[in-house]
Design a protein around this ligand. Sequence first.
Ligand SMILES: Cc1ncc(COP(=O)(O)O)c(C=O)c1O
Length: 366
Amino acid sequence: MALKPVIFERFPSLQGKIPWVQLGEFPTPVPRLERLGKEIGLAQLYCKRDDLSHPEYGGNKIRKLEFLLADALRQNRKVVLTLGAWGSNHALATTVLSNKLGLKPACVMVPQCGQEYARNNLLANFALGCELAYAGNNLAAAYQIISVYLRHWLSGARPYFIWAGGSNALGVLGYVNAGLELAQQVKAGLLPEPDHVFCAVGSCGTLAGLVLGMKMAGLKTKVIGVRVYDKIGANSYMASRLARSALKLLRENDPSVPDLKLPASEFTVLHDYAGPAYAAPTDSGKEAVRLARDLEGLKLDTTYTGKGLSAIIDLARKGKLENRTVVFLNSFNSRPLEKLVPQKPAPSELPEKFRQCFDQVAKEGK
Ligand SMILES: Cc1ncc(COP(=O)(O)O)c(C=O)c1O
């Protein structure tokens, strides 16, 4: 297990300046998906198993939170406040890791299309002690963020605020590091240099960091983001802006970090696989989840990774990935929630607003 991020090996003077705390288990493995590859006509298909990034709760948020929560500790904050949909993986990861560090988690949650995994995330988040505040729309979310923030601040514990998805300059470093880690795995002969890495795009931090990290490593790999969230928040411009802010942060702390150009044109985002709304399952996403499970034993979700993999399947079947080496980033947690929360609370124990959205989902039979 790596004891420090590759980025600190590459630029030693960053260590100590950039906040970081070890929480996850890295590097994550990169197995070849032979059976799935054969099924879709893509001989060189690999998976970057970030679903295994933590022994209790994996997924892509762990890498970001190693930097963000270290910053919260450095600033001596006691409460961590974040924002997400009520079934958010990011919110649950923030709770799990905040608890490990003795920080108190709080989250403002907005509505989403409900699914089984989302309901389980919400119950787990509640069981693990996250302070939940419901907001029915964006305006209400802004109000709730301010009021939860002020309430804690006035009682002597100014919260550390983490934006939805953990995507800011510091959080993005988690995926810069993932790009450098993947380059090391290529160098070690664990896989050939990929032509493409595919990842799901929500708040853009994963895509932004991967593009920057692969570029810093000198790989020619093209990262392809598959949008799963609204276009207004998930697009090339947003990813480019985030990558540039992460690079700025690195260069402020170590001017020897190369000054790379990161125009929006280098951040590819596919818009055809998102379906009608965030978290609304698509047929192709469901097929991807099923194929990954049946052929490779992988546990994907229909909100992010199923849609991400559905792009690879579609393009491979259309012959557009012929002779290419492709890496699929599995960014969803695959650790069982039952281990994390052995006694799942009943929905009736949730705060009222959350009970209502739970009931609604149950009535819709989703
Ligand atoms: C499972 C999973 N995959 C991918 C993403 C997208 O990552 P990002 O928000 O960095 O674009 C998320 C974000 O919440 C996620 O939960």
